[in-house]
Design a binder for this molecule. Structure first.
Ligand SMILES: O=C(CO)COP(=O)(O)O
Length: 126
């Protein structure tokens, strides 16, 4: 099953919820995992099942990166806040890097996320 991680920084959580609602049908066919607070909000505010890792600052990005390194992840939607410094910036950089290493698509904006999710949905229809 296609496994997708959903991660959003605080300023981007409303955008993530909006995106997830728009793509709820597509996402319901995937195995979803999220960082702690993002996952909590998605499970509370949509009908989707989502496995929750630690919150980002407590290691959630790192846990998701470990799945990428294990070739368990098909794509990541990571709506980052480009205007706010994060205490766990090294973990975020490591996640970007390991996605590059394993050629796992990571979308970091709403529009790129829509392209990635549309692409995954089209792959599933083949
Ligand atoms: O900080 C994050 C990603 O770097 C997101 O973590 P939360 O979903 O727990 O807010």
């Amino acid at each position: 099953m296609t496994r997708v991680a959903l991660i959003a920084h605080d300023d981007e959580k409303p955008e993530m919820i909006d995106l997830v609602r728009e793509y709820e049908d597509v996402l319901s066919k995937f195995d979803l995992v999220g960082t702690g607070t993002t996952g909590k909000r998605i499970s509370e505010e949509t009908a989707l099942d989502i496995e929750r890792k630690q919150s980002g600052p407590l290691g959630g990005d790192t846990q998701i990166g470990a799945e990428v390194a294990d070739d368990r992840m098909d794509a990541i939607v990571f709506l980052r806040d480009p205007l706010t410094a994060q205490p766990h910036e090294p973990d975020i950089s490591a996640l970007l890097r390991i996605c590059d290493v394993h050629d796992v698509p990571m979308a970091t904006t709403r529009t790129s996320a829509e392209y990635v999710l549309d692409g995954l949905a089209a792959d599933g229809d083949e």
